[in-house]
Design a binder for this molecule. Structure first.
Ligand code: SAH
Length: 396
């Protein structure tokens, strides 16, 4: 057994640990045998002194420790991390055919047993996001292991997500191994997308929407489509590649729209069927309502309105607003593809918000499909927070 600083839980605070939830909150801690360094591995004991597992200590965060393992006999070392990485990478190899895409999330943090680590592969470039003190502590080892496990040589670090500040970590963007490209072209379901790995949102692209972009394609033929929050044209290109009649794409980011238009050309899709609008979706939906515009299919894929439950109420109003307006803009027989990627909004609550929006819009709507994040964004059953992307296709 490893000898490490020992964290002892308060009496009665063992339950989430016994259910194998990977987060240990500061409020549940009784004492520490010695002060661990940020990210250092600690032994976690029950109030009665039994070893419950091993975790990475994070002094700045309310999530004071994140479990690596619930097995007292495990040792958290290079070999342990290697096996976790291998397991994650092999899951993708088993479940995602290379013909589907060359851009895949290889590691989905807590859900792959590596709390705080995101690794996305874009062609031959890896993008790594370190979101916890524990991952920061093992960063160099993890980078070496990633090259070993994938046979690739370039890693870009995109440790610029807001949650890093909660862990007391500074932002860092830059090469970690080799000479990673700043812009790459990926191919997803036969469609090429240029991705800006340095400036693009998240690690460059919304990989989680892959199955839903493909799904939209099935419904797109001959439709007049409005794609709200289009980013670099994910849903737009899929629709045009599947013979949509026209697509209006709205996003507030001029850079994203410029890349979207390059992507259109790259795929030799008909530019005359695409209209790009740099603007605010909340305002434009109102303008279209006032102009009595109508569409056959509307996509709503807004950014995270509620990162945590604390913002749920305000976020609910935002979702209600855009969904209500979208329902009003649909022709009879129209389809709404509506999403929420907010961790603070449950699937149940999201469905209730959309139901309220349909009611207030005066439309009779039914859900014809529930959508979610792609299989390379799995959810560990002991970590329900891993499911964050919720989508509904509603037919009116
Ligand atoms: N559907 C996209 C991802 C959308 S991400 C895909 O499949 O790739 C959300 C997008 O909303 C971002 O591109 C962001 O620039 C944009 N955005 C955020 N607030 C906005 C607003 N009020 N109006 C228009 N676009 C907005």
């Amino acid at each position: 057994m490893d000898t490490r600083p020992i964290l002892t839980l308060k009496p009665g605070r063992e339950k989430p640990v016994l259910l194998r939830h990977p987060w240990l909150f500061a409020s549940g801690i009784d004492r520490l045998s010695s002060p661990p360094a940020p990210g250092e591995t600690i032994q976690v004991n029950s109030s009665r002194g039994e070893c419950l597992g091993w975790a990475a200590f994070s002094p700045a965060s309310q999530i004071r420790a994140r479990f690596w393992s619930f097995s007292p006999t495990d040792v958290i070392d290079r070999a342990f991390l290697h096996s976790r990485l291998q397991r994650a990478i092999q899951l993708r190899q088993r479940t995602i055919p290379p013909t589907e895409t060359d851009a895949v999330r290889l590691v989905h943090a807590e859900s792959d047993g590596l709390p705080g680590l995101i690794v996305d592969r874009y062609g031959s470039t890896l993008v790594m996001q370190c979101l916890s003190a524990g991952i920061e502590y093992w960063k160099e080892t993890l980078a070496d292991l990633l090259l070993e496990c994938t046979g690739l040589s370039d890693i870009l670090e995109r440790s610029d997500a807001d949650v890093r500040s909660l862990e007391g970590l500074p932002e860092r963007i830059g090469p970690l191994r080799g000479q990673p490209a700043e812009q790459v072209t990926i191919t997803e379901n036969g469609i090429k997308y240029k991705v800006d790995l340095v400036k693009g949102h998240k690690t460059g692209f919304y990989l989680d929407q892959r199955p839903n972009r493909a799904c939209l394609g099935q419904y797109a033929a001959d439709k007049e489509i409005l794609n709200c929050f289009s980013f670099t044209g994910g849903f737009t290109l899929s629709a045009l590649a599947h013979q949509a009649k026209s697509v209006i794409s709205i996003d507030s980011s001029g850079d994203a729209l410029a890349l979207a238009q390059e992507n259109l050309i790259l795929n030799q899709l008909p530019a005359e069927k695409a209209e790009w609008i740099e603007g605010d979706v909340f305002q434009l939906l109102r303008t279209y309502r006032d102009q009595n515009r109508r569409f056959d299919l509307i996509v709503l894929d807004p950014p995270k309105f509620a990162p945590t439950v604390a913002q749920a109420e305000r976020a609910s109003r935002g979702y209600k607003d855009i969904n209500l307006l979208a329902f009003k803009l649909l022709r009879p027989g129209g389809l709404l593809f509506t999403f929420s990627c907010s961790g603070g909004i449950s699937a149940d609550l999201f469905q209730k918000i959309v139901a309220g929006a349909a009611l207030d819009a005066g439309v009779d709507a039914r859900i014809i499909a529930h959508l979610g994040q792609g299989s390379d964004h799995p959810t560990a059953l002991n970590f329900p927070e891993g499911t964050y992307l919720k989508g509904l296709i509603c037919a009116i």
